[in-house]
Structures are given as structure tokens and as C-alpha cells.
Design a protein around this ligand. Structure first.
Ligand code: FAQ
Length: 334
């Protein structure tokens, strides 16, 4: 499938280079037509690697992302909120599974991806290294974190790689429910006591800037964007998505009755065709510190994931033994 990775006898090299060029032309033509690239299609090795990098980071984010909210399932204040939160956290697990499956179509094994996460080699979203201190944090995670995730993921439904794009369609529908349940939770708290409203404001103060960081570094610092935009993996840049998120979220904050913690936030009618919200500078040193493993919860999150993996070993072993037994039975019967 990936001829450039094969050991090619020297006599065949020229013919192989010609056919690689033909494959590449067909790959470029598919991108230009807006066709999906599918697992069995020829693709440049760097395209394949970039997809494995992004899809696996995305999968890890979904799985690690279960942790900040998972701890609140037993503490949800009503049965209804508990059911909603349980469903949401299960959805995130499902998203991780679709994404690991999509990555596997590119020729990597799930075990290797999980090993990269557990050894600290693989990245996952910076946002999940912040603590969820109060019940209001659960609402804010839904509103801002899922809101940012949707903003980033809707363009990925048009990504050039078929299995990733198709996974994103379902993921985005579920994320939309996640965002609404978070906003609904916050609206309820804002109708409550002074203390409850203060709890929401405190959570917004802590999650606003990390949510903006989810979109990644400024375009000028984004090392992968050039290739990813050229290949149709990314359709909208980090900064443009961040701006769309700010523009969409400011009116929602107003309706909710909270203040976003940015003194520089100001409507600028002169920017773009319809105007935009200007916002203050992002603390990139905090972002890189979290990405490089030094956030408040990095160590705890990895330890929890490793423990969950180890605790689940018996389930994987039992499933394997069951499959082998059935296969053996089918062989004997045939
Ligand atoms: N955190 O060159 P770029 C969710 C890294 S899912 C950590 O701009 P790229 C659902 C980046 O990997 C949230 N690292 O990179 C949910 C790269 O390092 P590398 C996850 C980050 O790929 C909600 C380096 O910086 N979503 O929330 C981050 O072109 C609630 C340079 O950056 C996705 O993964 C970051 N925030 O653009 C679950 C969506 N940003 O790999 C539970 C898919 C950047 O070269 C509860 N991914 N880096 O070593 C993407 O769209 C892209 O990968 C970006 C980054 C936009 C995240």
C-alpha cells in the first residue's frame, strides 16, 4: 500500500519512482476534487503520519477527558443530572473508540498508541490537565470545553481522510448535546443563590483562558498547519477557529449573566466584514508548560489512565479467551 516504505530491488527503482509520481498525482487530484482519501488508497507517508499524530492525540484527549467529569458522577446533585453526566462521559469513551479505530485504518496498532500515551510520549489536549473543583466546573466544561471542541471539530467533518471525517459527524452531534447540557446546568445555577452564582463566575474565571488555548498556538507558531491545510486535514486555522469561538461565546456569557475574565474584550465593528470581539493576549508560557507535562493535573491524569488500563486487563483477557474458544468451537464444527 505504501510503496515508499517498501524495500525495492534496485532494478525496479525507476519504475517504482514513476508509479509513485502517478500515485501522487492521483492523490493530489482526489484532494482537488474534494474526494475522500480512504484507507486502501495510496497516500504520501507524511500525510499518513500526520493523520496518525492528530487522530491519536484526539483519541487520547477523549479518553483522558473522561477523568475531570467522571469524578463528579457520584456527586451530581440530582438523579437527572447524574444520568446526563453519566451519558456524557460514556459518549467521550465512545468518541475515543471511534478515533482509535480510525487511527488503526492507517496501519498502527491500538496497543502502540496506548503505550505512547502511558509512557508520556503522546500528547493529549492541554485542557484536561486542569482540575474540576466544584459542580459549576462541570457546567463550564460542557459550555466552554465542549463548545470549543465543537468549533474545532465541525470543520473536521470535511477533513480529507474518510474514516476521520465520518467519525466526526457523529462526534459533533453528541458534542452538541454536551455543550447544551453544560449551559443548561449553568442557567439553573445562575437562577439559584448568590453563592451558586459566585461559584459559576469562579469556574468561568478559571476555565476561560485554558479553553482559548485548546485551539493550539498562534498560526505563526503552528508547525503542522502548513501541511495540514494543504492536505485538507485542517480546513480553518487555529486563530480563526479561536476567534469564531470568542465571537460565539461572548453573547452566551451575557445571557448567562457572567463576566469573561478579560479586560481587553471589546467589540470591534471595524474588523472583518461583520466585526469581531477583540480579546487580550494568551499566556503561552502556561500553555506550553501544561503541554510539556507540568500542569496541575498531568501526573494525576496519566496515573489514573494507567490504573484504569491495568484494572481492565482481566476484561481484555476474558474477551480474548472467549473469542479463541468460539473460534476453536467453529473449527471443530466445520
Ligand atoms: N493541547 O502545529 P499545531 C474534546 C500541540 S477533544 C496539547 O497547531 P495541529 C472533547 C500539537 O499537537 C479535544 N497539545 O498542531 C471533550 C503540536 O505538537 P506535535 C481535543 C497541543 O495538530 C470535551 C504542537 O502543539 N481535540 O475536548 C494543543 O496542527 C469534554 C503545535 O501545534 C482535538 O484533538 C493543545 N490544546 O493543531 C472530551 C481535535 N494544541 O503533535 C471530554 C483534533 C496544539 O507536533 C470532555 N486536533 N498542541 O508534537 C486538532 O484539530 C489539532 O491537532 C489542534 C492542533 C488544533 C489541536
Amino acid at each position: 500500500m505504501y510503496t515508499q516504505a517498501m524495500d525495492i530491488p534496485s532494478g525496479d527503482r525507476e519504475a517504482s519512482e514513476n508509479s509513485d509520481a502517478a500515485y501522487e498525482a492521483e492523490f493530489d487530484a482526489k484532494l482537488a476534487r474534494g474526494d475522500f482519501i480512504e484507507p486502501k488508497d495510496w497516500m504520501p507517508e507524511r500525510y499518513r503520519k500526520t493523520l496518525i499524530r492528530q487522530i491519536s492525540q484526539h483519541a487520547h484527549s477523549e479518553i483522558v477527558g473522561m477523568l475531570p467529569e467522571g469524578g463528579w458522577i457520584t456527586r451530581a446533585p440530582t438523579l437527572e443530572r447524574k444520568c446526563i453526566l453519566l451519558a456524557k462521559v460514556q459518549d467521550e469513551a465512545g468518541h475515543g473508540m471511534y478515533l482509535y479505530s480510525a487511527a488503526e485504518t492507517l496501519g498502527v496498532s491500538r496497543d502502540d498508541l496506548i503505550e505512547a500515551l502511558h509512557s508520556g510520549k503522546a500528547k493529549y489536549s492541554s485542557i484536561f490537565n486542569y482540575p474540576t473543583k466544584t459542580w459549576a466546573d462541570i457546567g463550564v466544561v460542557g459550555w466552554l470545553v465542549d463548545g470549543a471542541a465543537i468549533m474545532n471539530q465541525i470543520p473536521l467533518t470535511r477533513c480529507s481522510y474518510g474514516p476521520y471525517a465520518r467519525a466526526m459527524v457523529r462526534v459533533c452531534k453528541e458534542e452538541s448535546f454536551h455543550q447544551r447540557q453544560g449551559y443548561d446546568l449553568l442557567l439553573t445555577l445562575m437562577k439559584g443563590s448568590t453563592d451558586q452564582r459566585a461559584m459559576v463566575q469562579d469556574a468561568v474565571n478559571r476555565w476561560w483562558w485554558p479553553s482559548l488555548m485548546m485551539f493550539g498556538p498562534h498560526d505563526s507558531e503552528s508547525t503542522n498547519s502548513g501541511d495540514s491545510m494543504k492536505w485538507g486535514i485542517k480546513r480553518i486555522s487555529n486563530d480563526d477557529l479561536r476567534q469564531k469561538f470568542v465571537d460565539a461565546t461572548v453573547p452566551q456569557a451575557k445571557l448567562l449573566g457572567v463576566t469573561l475574565p478579560d479586560p481587553d474584550l471589546k467589540w470591534n465593528p471595524a474588523r472583518g466584514e461583520a466585526g469581531h470581539w477583540d480579546f487580550g493576549p494568551i499566556d503561552w508560557s502556561e500553555f506550553w508548560s501544561v503541554v510539556n507535562g507540568h500542569g496541575e493535573c498531568n501526573a494525576e491524569r496519566l496515573a489514573d489512565r494507567i490504573k484504569a488500563w491495568d484494572d481492565g486487563a482481566w476484561v481484555r483477557e476474558a474477551a480474548l479467551a472467549h473469542t479463541q474458544k468460539r473460534r476453536h468451537r467453529d473449527c471443530v464444527a466445520a
